[in-house]
Structures are given as C-alpha cells and as structure tokens.
Design a protein around this ligand. Structure first.
Ligand SMILES: C[S@@+](CC[C@H](N)C(=O)[O-])C[C@H]1O[C@@H](n2cnc3c(N)ncnc32)[C@H](O)[C@@H]1O
Length: 279
C-alpha cells in the first residue's frame, strides 16, 4: 500500500469523528512518530510503499483514535520546550496554557531560586523551570506514588534533577522548608461541570488531576495560598493557573491573605488563566 492510499483509508475511517483538518494533523503526527515519515517526505514521495507490519500498526492506532483516545496517550510521549515527557492515564496531558505559565515565570525570574511545584503530575512545570531557570533548586509534590513515578522517569530521562515528594496539599502540611517561588496548576473543575468537558478528557484523563471533590471548587487555591503564606521567603512569589471564571475569586483569596502586586495574565486565546502574587 502507498502512503497516499494509507492516508485515504485513515481519513475514511475517521471522518465521522473528526474534521478533515484534524484528520490530516493526526495522520502526519502518527506517521512521523511511528514510521519516521515527516510531512515533507510525504509531499516528496506519496507513492512510497508501506510495509504490511506498519500498515497493521497504523490500523491499530486508528481503532484507538476512533475510541477517542487522546493522541498523546496513544504515543505515550509529548515534547515541550525540548523536554520529552512520558504520559499515561495517571497524569494529565500537558496543556498549552501551562507552557505559557512556565514562559511567564521564566521571563520574570531572572535569577536562580528555590522553587516548589505543587501537583506536579508529569513533572511538566518542575522540569521546564529547572531547565530554563539556570541554577535553581526545584522541589515537586504530588499526592500519589503512581503519579510521581512518571514524573521521576521524566526527570531521569531528561537528566534534570528534581526533589520529588509525596504530599497531599489538602492535609495540613507542615512548613519545614522555605521557597522563593511556589507554582501550581491544581485541579479546578467542579464535578457539576463534567458535562461541558470534552468526552475524551472525561473518558481518559485522571479525574483526580482535573476535578475537585466536594462542593468547594476553590479548596486547592485556599490551601496552596495558606501554605505559601508561611512557606515563601520574604521576597517570594506565587504563580497559579486558574479557571478563567474563577480567577477573580482566587485574586480575592490572595488579597485577604495579604499578598501584594497581584497580576493576572491572559493566555494566547485572551482568557484570563494565570495569576502571580508577591508575599
Ligand atoms: C491539573 S493537574 C496538573 C499537572 C501538572 N502540574 C501540569 O500542569 O500538567 C493537577 C495535579 O494535582 C495533583 N493533585 C490532586 N490532588 C492533590 C493533592 N491533594 N495534593 C497534591 N497534589 C494533588 C494531581 O495528581 C495532578 O497531578
């Protein structure tokens, strides 16, 4: 079978689930990842013959895509800012707005510092900050060993040194250490909002990373802000990713807790998604 024919079959199998643009993107991501054929190779030689083994491989991936499995979980890996992250069902798939949050921190933080990432998941924020804020010491917490196992693998694979620890931030965590910068992208979606969330997110991504248990959808912010008040050094700074509808509530909690110089930043889509505050 030629590459061109494989693309036609791919398209026919998925056109009831995705737009043509999405199908094209998925096809090129998959054939580059699994067959090492990039878009230029495709344009130059669409009649390239694909082996039976590789056809079966792509067919098995088509079945997964039809079941709405996110492409990142199918490949088991994503790359951001020249760091490769293993991802599986235990960790949230990195989101573009979180990379934007990291870029904002890197832009603001000109000198090395001691950083804590609360709810590290794949280790996304911790690894990026350690790599791009040279000389910094980075600690990263999450609540379960299964999650930290992935983050640790990612740190090891990329040769990035992070101090990982199992910590449940909703428990009363003692302040044993001080930090210059605390950052978190905590769970912030209310369970009642599940109906508005994309089907593939609800079906495949870890609910404990996305949804807040109980009826206080700001509980993580309250706990993190309370903890940061005591755990930040005197010129320390806190960065939080937020739900756009609730960012003003987070701002108020920061104000009540005497945080200063509070700044809200929009993401590339113009949504207010991240907030920075100084102690
Ligand atoms: C929205 S995800 C963010 C993951 C990663 N930092 C990122 O930005 O891609 C929230 C993370 O908080 C963790 N988490 C949930 N409840 C927690 C708790 N009580 N204590 C510590 N971490 C928690 C989840 O396991 C998950 O990894």
């Amino acid at each position: 079978m030629t590459l061109k024919l494989l693309k036609e079959i791919f398209s026919n199998c998925l056109n009831e689930y995705y737009s043509q643009e999405e199908i094209n993107t998925l096809f090129h991501i998959l054939i580059e990842f699994y067959l090492g054929i990039n878009k230029i190779n495709y344009i130059q030689d669409p009649l390239y013959i694909i082996s039976k083994k590789n056809i079966s491989l792509i067919e098995s991936k088509i079945k997964m895509i039809q079941k709405k499995t996110p492409i990142q979980y199918i490949m088991g890996e994503v790359e951001h800012k020249n760091i490769k992250f293993k991802v599986n069902k235990n960790v949230l798939i990195p989101r573009p707005e979180t990379i934007e949050l990291c870029d904002w921190i890197i832009f603001n933080q000109k000198k090395k510092c001691k950083i804590l990432d609360i709810g590290t998941g794949s280790g996304l924020i911790a690894l990026i900050l350690k790599k791009y804020i040279t000389g910094s010491i980075v600690h990263a917490w999450d609540k379960s060993p299964l999650i930290l196992k992935i983050a640790k693998e990612n740190a090891l694979k990329n040769n990035i040194e992070i101090n990982f620890k199992i910590v449940d931030i909703l428990k009363n965590v003692k302040v044993n250490d001080k930090f210059d910068l605390i950052v978190s992208n905590p769970p912030y979606v209310d369970k009642s909002e599940m109906q508005f969330i994309d089907e593939s997110v609800v079906k495949y991504e870890p609910h404990s990373a996305i949804f807040v248990e109980g009826n206080d959808n700001l509980i993580f912010y309250k706990k993190i802000i309370q903890y940061s008040k005591d755990a930040l050094n005197s010129d320390g700074v806190l960065y939080l990713e937020c739900h756009t509808d609730r960012i003003n509530f987070v701002k108020n909690i920061l104000k009540i807790n005497n945080f200063k110089n509070i700044k809200i930043k929009e993401d590339l889509f113009g949504r207010k998604r991240m907030i920075k505050a100084c102690i």
